[in-house]
Design a protein around this ligand. Structure first.
Ligand code: GAP
Length: 444
């Protein structure tokens, strides 16, 4: 089938909204700029991504443990980490319309992109991205706290407790998934850049002499994860960040960039954070962050390799990669029409199976309903008996369901159903009693 796809953000945003992947937040009140809610299907897709990541990088390995830390930490954490002082973006303001921009994202020698003013912009000033809040009933400097700007700090400050309670030995990692907050100057491009976003990352603690080996190892593991997500390698760019451009804590960074419809931009990052953070926390807290090698008795501050994965950007990239428009037959006489299909990796698809009784007749529902309930115990299963079967197939294609099971009037006699494959659209007849075995081979 010829693929006629040109995936645009307009198409993807429209499909996401219509099918319930992602839609504007607070919509009944006119929304809130750059705030998005995951709908029923988006929530499943996001969870499947997070669970697959957790399994791959945490539970299936012996050298990794997970934590789930508080979002609001002692403000001293962010002072020690350098975020209060240095977690900034350069901000400029149009002298006429006062729109604010990131100085590193626009050409300040050109007119304002919003109002066309040619009189220029204010001088760049550093704008801190940490989200400030106040704890308790007084709003003064003594009650200032921050919503976490990255997950990493909890993995650093919890290291002594994790080492003590888990008995892990270097090299090993601590992983976390969760929300982060940044007061971005210019959020935008759907869920690409928002002020509240989801992150999954780990800090991998190593002996300093081994950092280059581990850096290469984790880069390969990140590539393998991207293969699993169904990303074509030609849509990725591995960008070595030069001296002077890296975050304040990093000695080497590779940004993994993706070719979004709005340009080549960051997807994930891999950083060698050295002992910067542990050293700073040791100085500020007075707690000894050194590790003693049980074999050699060497005492040292572990160094850290940090692979970091934006969850929302993974959802966006996965949808972009999966989105296909192709000419598909609509009749035996060779007529065709364009079908939209999300060719999601099966492991990530929100529904794995859809049960579609050919009509709403009670005898079909009586067979199809319990069948859906049965399969649902093993795989996420949708049930739909509205509209024509052709329209229902198209709907399932659009949400990426790998298999549709049609229960028809023959099923009542031969106790078999028709299973249709999302990608090839080929149909096979399978005995109802054999369905679990059949799907085990295809889905597990
Ligand atoms: N602990 C390292 C760290 O936080 P980062 O490059 O600042 O590194 C990590 O952010 C990842 O978080 C990025 O690679 C990106 O995927 C995602 N990310 C960063 N800012 C974001 C935002 N405003 N909205 C959505 N995702 C964002």
């Amino acid at each position: 089938m010829p693929n006629t796809t040109t995936v645009t953000m307009e198409k993807l945003v429209a499909l996401s909204k219509q099918r319930g992947f992602v839609y504007p937040g607070s919509d009944i009140y006119g929304g809130l700029a750059n705030s998005w809610d995951y709908g029923p299907l988006g929530t499943e897709l996001k969870r499947n991504i997070m669970n697959a990541w957790w399994h791959r990088f945490v539970t299936s390995r012996g050298d990794m443990v997970g934590i789930d830390a508080a979002i609001i930490m002692n403000p001293k954490v962010w002072e020690a980490s350098g975020h209060v002082e240095g977690f900034t973006d350069p901000l400029v303001e149009c002298k006429k319309c006062h729109e604010r921009f990131r100085a590193d994202q626009i050409d300040i020698s050109k007119p304002c992109t919003r109002c066309g003013n040619k009189d220029g912009f204010t001088d760049p000033k550093n704008f801190n991205l940490l989200f400030k809040t106040f704890l308790g009933s007084t709003e003064d400097s003594s009650s200032v706290a921050y919503l976490r700007g990255e997950l990493a700090q909890a993995m650093f400050v919890d290291l002594p407790q994790v080492l003590m309670s888990s008995r892990k030995r270097v090299p090993f990692g601590i992983a976390q998934q969760g929300k982060c907050f940044r007061n971005e100057i210019t959020p935008g491009n759907f869920i690409f850049r928002t002020r509240e976003f989801n992150l999954m990352e780990f800090e991998y603690f190593i002996h300093p002499s081994e950092w280059e080996t581990w850096f290469e190892y984790w880069l390969e593991q990140m590539k393998s994860w991207l293969d699993f997500c169904g990303v074509k390698r030609e849509h990725l760019v591995f960008h070595e960040i030069e001296d002077g451009e890296r975050a304040h804590y990093s000695k080497r960074t590779v940004d993994i960039e993706y070719l979004y419809p709005f340009g080549q931009k960051e997807l994930y990052g891999l950083a060698y954070r050295t002992d910067f953070d542990l050293m700073r926390h040791m100085e500020k807290s007075g707690v000894d962050m050194r590790y003693t090698d049980p074999k050699t008795q060497e005492k040292y501050i572990p160094h850290v390799i940090e692979p970091t994965f934006g969850i929302d950007r993974t959802v966006l990239m996965t949808l972009l990669e999966a989105y296909c428009e192709e000419e598909a037959p609509t009749s035996e006489e060779g007529e065709t029409s364009t079908r939209v299909v999300l060719k999601l990796p099966k492991a990530l698809a929100p529904f794995k199976i859809a049960i579609l009784p050919l009509s709403k007749k009670e005898e079909l529902s009586a067979l199809a309903g319990p069948l859906a309930d049965r399969l649902r115990q093993r795989w996420a299963t949708d049930y739909d008996e509205t509209q024509s079967i052709g329209k229902r197939y198209r709907r399932q294609d659009e949400i990426g369901t790998p298999y549709c099971v049609t229960v028809d009037f023959d099923s009542l006699n031969d106790q078999s159903v028709t299973v249709r494959d999302r990608d090839t659209m080929q149909q096979v007849r399978v005995a109802i009693d054999d369905l679990e075995k059949w799907f085990e081979e295809k889905l597990d």
